[in-house]
Design a protein around this ligand. Structure first.
Ligand code: MTE
Length: 328
């Protein structure tokens, strides 16, 4: 089968990861790139469009948003911005970490978000309209990639529960499936036809409405850069990074457990639940510790990435039946 011949990046040992001097060069490169496409948001007046065409963003005025002090990352430290915006996974732009430059092609206006499936009424909403209806705040979250590296990020955005309430799912809906934009002309990765595009992933409704589930629209006090999933992406800090799906265009409510992008590619290694655990190893490497991005330090990995107190209750009823599957 074609798939088995494809070398995925995280088949490389962590020691093969790019070193910091390369990140720094990347950053300078990113800063040199003008922000891109013409914006056509339906809420924008002519003046705003001109500003947007010049590389501005229709929502810059919303930032910085007020930090919610409830979410702390101690004893970890915030990852420096230069690492978070230059060391990325976004397969639509290439199956390696240095996609930041390529991702500047992502066209982020106009941006329509569709809510469908088991909802009271299907809706297609302009992002700039949507965000102004959401309760924005900043949260510091730890982030743990399945590849055993980690960061701590200041996300701006809103609780996913606010979005679910907005969507008005029917009472029979049990899951929400999220989908990334597909821009064939701008995303070279889509040519890799053996990958199951579009990138999708899902959560149970209980997970999606848990207070920690967050839709990020910004990082480091600014609108989120394209390489990190502009204009909106998921942040679920107790799960592995691949669940944190980027550049969202669709939320579909369903009563069937979805099979996400990585589960389709390799179901034995990447499952639906993907909760972080130091005790359940990836079939090909240990998950007991992680490399902190921007430092040479390895630190022990924590159950649910340190959020056990908050989220363990979500799984109390299904722990026995699911066992290891909850953590991969
Ligand atoms: N979302 C899409 N659409 N495409 C991707 O390739 N990669 C995932 C996740 N979301 C990915 C994605 C993985 S594996 C990780 S670790 C995180 O994005 C990385 O997020 P970051 O680049 O903002 O650190």
């Amino acid at each position: 089968m074609m798939l088995t011949r494809v070398k995925r990046l995280w088949e490389l040992p962590e020691s093969a990861a790019t070193d910091e001097s390369v990140f720094l060069e990347r950053r300078q490169l990113c800063q040199a790139i003008a922000a891109g496409p013409i914006l056509l948001g339906s809420t924008a007046g002519g003046a705003t469009n001109a500003w947007a065409a010049a590389g501005g963003d229709l929502i810059s005025d919303l930032y910085p948003v007020k930090r919610n002090e409830r979410y702390t990352i101690s004893p970890r430290k915030l990852t420096e911005e230069k690492y978070a915006i230059t060391y990325n996974n976004f397969y639509e732009f290439g199956s390696h970490k240095r996609i930041a430059k390529a991702a500047q092609k992502l066209k982020i206006r106009p941006w329509t978000v569709t809510f469908d499936g088991m909802v009271e009424k299907q809706m297609a909403v302009d992002f700039d309209t949507l965000i102004r209806q959401m309760p924005l705040e900043e949260r510091l979250y730890r982030f743990r990639c399945v590849e055993a590296w980690s960061m701590a990020i200041p996300w701006s955005g809103f609780p996913m529960k606010a979005l679910v309430d907005f969507a008005k799912p029917l009472s029979g809906a049990k899951y929400v499936v999220m989908e990334t934009a597909q821009q064939k002309e701008n995303m070279p990765g889509l040519k890799q036809f053996w990958y199951p595009w579009p990138y999708t992933d899902g959560l149970t409704i209980e997970e999606a409405t848990h207070e920690l589930a967050f839709i990020a629209t910004g990082i480091y006090g600014k609108p989120i850069p394209r390489q990190n999933g502009a204009p909106l992406r998921l942040a679920v800090p107790w799960k592995y990074g691949f669940k944190n799906i980027k550049s969202l265009v669709r939320f579909t409510f369903t009563d069937k457990q979805p099979v996400g992008y990585w589960e389709k590619i390799q179901g034995k290694e990447y499952g639906f639940w993907a909760n972080v655990s130091p005790k359940v190893d990836h079939p090909r490497w240990t998950q007991s510790s992680e490399r902190v991005l921007g430092s040479q330090k390895r630190v022990p990995t924590l159950l649910y990435n340190g959020y056990a107190e908050e989220v363990a209750g979500l799984y109390a009823g299904i722990e026995k039946t699911l066992g290891k599957r909850l953590f991969m």
